[in-house]
Ligand binder design. Structure first.
Ligand SMILES: *Cc1c(COP(=O)(O)O)cnc(C)c1O
Length: 499
């Protein structure tokens, strides 16, 4: 390997340094010729002095070829759902059908201006209205907003609605119950809304302890936030009883529906007691995610909460003559207001709508069945090689631990890093927090049996290495450009500016 500037590497695997290291003073990548400007032959001469920089920007100086090669080379170091199995638990990294992209790129959608008059945007409004109806059908909760830009944003919006309704009732409730297996965004959304988080412990069976819910419920509790299937991949079978306890006490049941891969087409949260839930289009409904966005976290609510939904809302209006048109209605006196510029991440809506429409209700149900089957297949294949804390039928994901490997000094992090050498993105690690050394695997429905077998074989081979040559695992990954990174220092002392 070389200094990273020349572009050499091993074979066709190119090494690549920082873009700043490629910079050569005076090199340019644009084609603006001096002839385009005035007689002085410089852009500066055509601009008022007040518009000119005093200090040149700290940008790398590169040719077009340099820039293209830099980024394309980096992209080849990346891992993606289009490269192979991406088993991150709780993230639902499923294959995203390419037809979704074709639809989102239709010029009539992609080039639509958010300020265009509604008479010109009827198709887009119609699509939003239909997607809302589809999500209502999946969730069993009839009223939907598409505005929130992520799951966490959906949670925040929904808790805001609960808070507003409780205030209108003239009640004072200060707490929200959250199980210890919850995703970290749950307590954050609750705390941002000014509520106190009360943690509810899981029982030995990995399910919420119903007695603990009963004990914690009181007139000061606004809601419970519950994930079902929970982050251990288990179905909270007492969900209806829990909902009853909360409802009897005047509270709301919030269902974290970020991962609907084990429910869609099979069970509707609205039927098992949820009053409100968010859905991650960028997980269950196959719109690409990762690297920070974009996302879409629609919220579905009961009729009681509907008046508090954000504005504007899409409305289907039937005129007296039977004709139909769509409107965005902004007046709703109890609404919590607008939570996102314009209408939300519209491109995500097109992708999710395409996916749901393509599959239909039968297809969604089949996807659920395959997602659950795949997770259980991996559980069965990995049994005996890894400790499985809750070794019974799971939903769309399965949690393993490093308990067996720990005896030889091999940790979850070692296993995860070694998987990279076998050509896989590691699963989610050390989450959920209530399981020590957790490795959380969500294969999703898009993996074939052959892919699952290859992935299981890799994990089994690593379990063998952990037994026979544990030291080697501390040095993995070995087949990457950079070996084991010091993640703590990288997080604590990030170097974000070029030297
Ligand atoms: C992913 C996830 C979230 C948060 O979704 P974002 O879109 O990342 O904000 C919340 N809850 C659960 C259970 C999740 O898996």
């Amino acid at each position: 390997m070389t200094d990273g500037i020349s572009g050499a590497g091993r074979g066709l695997v190119h090494h690549e340094g920082l873009i700043f290291e490629r910079s050569v003073p005076g090199r340019v990548g644009h084609g603006l010729s001096a002839r385009r400007f005035s007689a002085e032959g410089s852009a500066a001469a055509d601009l008022p002095t007040s518009a000119l920089r005093q200090v040149p920007p700290r940008l790398p100086e590169l040719s077009e070829v340099d820039v293209v090669r830099h980024f394309v080379r980096l992209s080849r170091w990346n891992y993606a759902v289009d490269i192979g199995t991406y088993p991150l638990g709780s993230c639902t990294m499923k294959y995203n059908p390419k037809i979704n992209e074709d639809m989102a790129r239709l010029p009539g959608f992609a080039a639509l201006h958010p300020y265009a008059p509604h008479a010109w945007t009827q198709g887009a409004l119609d699509l939003m209205w239909r997607l809302e109806r589809q999500l209502a059908a999946v969730s069993g909760l009839p009223n939907v907003t598409l505005q929130p830009a992520a799951g966490a944003h959906g949670e925040f919006t929904a808790v805001m609605m609960i808070r507003a309704l409780i205030a209108d009732r003239g009640e004072v409730r200060t707490k929200v119950l959250i199980p210890d297996s919850a995703h970290g965004t749950n307590p954050a959304s609750v705390a941002l809304n000014g509520y106190k988080v009360v943690q509810v412990p899981s029982g030995d069976d990995g399910l919420i302890d119903i007695d603990a819910v009963r004990a914690a419920m009181g007139p000061d509790v606004a809601a419970i936030m519950i994930t079902n299937p929970n982050t251990l991949g288990l179905f909270e079978s007492k969900i209806s009883e829990i909902a009853e306890i909360i409802h009897e006490g005047g509270g709301f049941v919030y269902l974290d529906g970020a991962n609907l891969n084990a429910l869609m087409g099979k069970a509707r949260p609205g039927d098992f007691g949820a009053d409100v839930m968010h859905i991650n289009l960028h997980k269950t409904f196959s719109t690409p995610h990762g690297g920070g966005g974009p996302g879409a976290g629609p919220v579905c609510v009961s009729d009681e909460l509907a008046p508090y939904l954000p504005v504007p809302r899409v409305a289907r209006v039937e005129a007296a003559d039977g004709s139909v048109h769509f409107e965005l209605q902004a007046s709703a006196p109890l609404s919590v207001g607008r939570v996102k510029a314009f209408y939300g991440n519209f491109g995500m809506f097109v992708r999710a709508f395409t996916y749901i429409t393509e599959l239909g209700s039968d297809g969604l149900e089949r996807a659920t069945e395959m997602a659950v089957l795949n997770a259980n297949y991996l559980r069965a294949r990995l049994r005996g090689h890894y400790h499985i804390p809750f070794d019974r039928t799971c939903m769309h994901e399965v949690v393993l631990t490093d308990k067996t490997q720990k005896a030889n000094g091999v940790s979850t992090m070692d296993v995860a890093k070694r998987l990279i050498d076998y050509g896989y993105h590691p699963p989610t690690v050390y989450f959920p927090l209530c399981v020590q050394g957790a490795l959380m695997v969500e294969p999703t429905e898009s993996e074939s049996k052959a892919e699952l077998d290859a992935f299981a074989d890799a994990l089994i081979a690593i379990a063998g290495e952990a037994r026979d040559e544990p030291d080697r695992l501390h040095e993995s990954p070995q087949s990457t450009h950079l070996g084991r990174l010091d993640e703590v220092t990288a997080a604590r002392k990030p170097v974000l500016v070029a030297p």
